[in-house]
Design a binder for this molecule. Structure first.
Ligand code: PLP
Length: 454
């Protein structure tokens, strides 16, 4: 299946420069009553009416190619017909049961078990956001180890609730709210473009891995024996960073040696996003716990979960509760979403389209003075902007300008990275070759044009 019929035809189509008059009306209404903390409409000023596949339409009739994908939620595409049919069928029957079982919940657990490694045979469904899955994972390792320090990684993003926020490295996210959880430590990720150990590919001896080992092994490192290590197998918000292939096995080996549970956060990278069902599957490791959300709910129905090894299943009833312990519509839609992924080999499609996009965008790495690196895996891609390639000084204002102009031209992208200087691509995985190529072309033309006046 080429997925052509899933998206609106002839995208992008800009009828009035966004934000058009109808969008402005909604944006004004929003700013009147809603919080100053609202953020996405500042970068993509518009109001949305509907969406299909890898395209969205605003209320002024502008149709965009969606390389944003609801921040990595829409893996099976907006308004995926299989997911909608399953959700509609559930809607009239039963919508909320806390954690009392029901046929739709049983079906979802079965479906999820089919795609998870056999070792991760226990699941806990919590509140409706990824952050809650991270909270659950942290509680689970603390409960089991009776320890409380945690190690996370530079560039990691894990959510906005206090515990999850503690595990984010970015000061822009947490700086105003400190102190948060005590004894959270950060180790360098294998972010090879900006290696803190100043290594190049030819000289790299995986110093980041050795440093992690040192932090744990040396009782004078200042880091107590951690309750858990939390890592993204491919970093998302950190800037679409694919670590050296030795990195995750090294982290696993360290966890094994020092008996530390390994939590892999698959909230953004999971569900075929990077060309495998889960990003940790690019290596042979199996985590002790994975956190899941975003695409778990099919087309944005809110749900999160952790899956973990049975030996960690020690928490008594009530240790991680909440009113919303799995949403029944999300179970129905999510299970249909996973079936869609498998039936249509969405992981393979993401790999094919992602590889093509990497080749296409790679032209920028060769001929654009402000593009430091083009990288990614599957359809989690990033283009890192720098003021010049030698100093690698980050160019966040340029990244923002590119994002804004792409929006005006009908392509939605997001900005992330350590310095907010990385254009991030997270399209619905049902994006066609044609849409991917067109969107990338518009992005590249925009970069080249803005570079002339930078
Ligand atoms: C890797 C990762 N973990 C956790 C989260 C938090 O999820 P949520 O925003 O649903 O709380 C995100 C959100 O972007 C994420 O990318």
């Amino acid at each position: 299946m080429g997925f052509e019929t899933l998206s609106f035809p002839d995208a992008p189509q800009i009828r009035t420069s966004p934000p058009g008059p109808e969008s402005k009306r909604h944006l004004e209404a929003q700013s009147l009553r809603e919080s100053s903390a609202v953020s996405y409409p500042r970068g993509m000023p518009m109001a949305l009416r509907r969406a299909a596949g890898a395209t969205v339409e605003d209320v002024d009739g502008n149709v965009y190619i969606d390389f944003f994908g609801g921040a990595g939620v829409m893996n099976v595409g907006h308004a995926n017909p299989d997911v909608l049919a399953a959700a509609r069928a559930q809607l009239g029957d039963l919508t909320h049961t806390l954690d009392i079982p029901s046929p739709v919940r049983t079906a979802m657990v079965k479906r999820l078990a089919q795609v998870l490694p056999d070792e991760l045979n226990k699941m806990l469904f919590g509140g409706p956001t990824g952050s809650d899955a991270v909270e659950a994972a942290v509680k689970l390792v603390k409960y089991n180890t009776k320890r409380y320090p945690m190690i996370a990684f530079e560039g990691g993003y894990h959510g906005m609730t206090a515990g999850a926020l503690s595990l984010c490295s970015g000061q822009a996210f947490k700086g105003d709210f400190l102190p948060l959880l005590p004894e959270v430590h950060f180790a360098p990720y294998a972010y090879c473009y900006r290696c803190p150990f100043k290594r190049e590919a030819a000289t790299c001896d995986l110093e980041c891995g050795a440093y992690l080992e040192h932090l744990i092994e040396d009782s004078h490192s200042g880091v107590g024996r951690p309750a858990g290590i939390l890592v993204e197998a491919i970093q998302g918000e950190g800037g679409s960073i694919v670590p050296d292939k030795r990195f995750m096995p090294k982290v696993r080996e360290i966890c094994d040696r020092f008996e530390i549970p390994l939590i892999v956060d698959e909230i953004q990278a999971g569900f075929c996003r990077t060309g495998k069902m889960f990003a940790f599957q690019h290596t042979k490791i199996v985590p002790d716990i994975v956190t899941l959300s975003k695409a778990l709910g099919g087309v944005g129905f809110p749900i999160s979960a952790i899956a973990y090894r049975e030996n960690l299943d020690t928490m008594p009833p009530g240790k991680h509760i909440g009113t919303f312990r799995g949403n029944l519509i999300a179970y129905a839609g999510g299970a249909a979403g996973i079936s869609f992924m498998l039936e249509h080999d969405l992981a393979g499609h993401a790999t094919r389209i992602g590889d093509q996009m990497l080749v296409q965008l790679g032209e920028l790495e060769r001929d654009s003075a402000m593009v430091g690196e083009v990288r990614g895996k599957g359809l989690m891609l990033g283009v890192e902007f720098v003021k010049d390639r030698t100093s690698k000084v980050a160019a966040p204002e340029f990244a923002t300008k590119v994002r804004n102009l792409c929006h005006k031209r009908g392509v939605l992208i997001e900005v992330g990275g350590h310095y907010f200087n990385v254009a991030r691509f997270l399209p619905p995985l049902v994006v066609t070759e044609d849409l991917a190529q067109k969107g990338a072309e518009i992005f590249m033309d925009t970069v080249r044009e803005l570079e002339k006046t930078a």
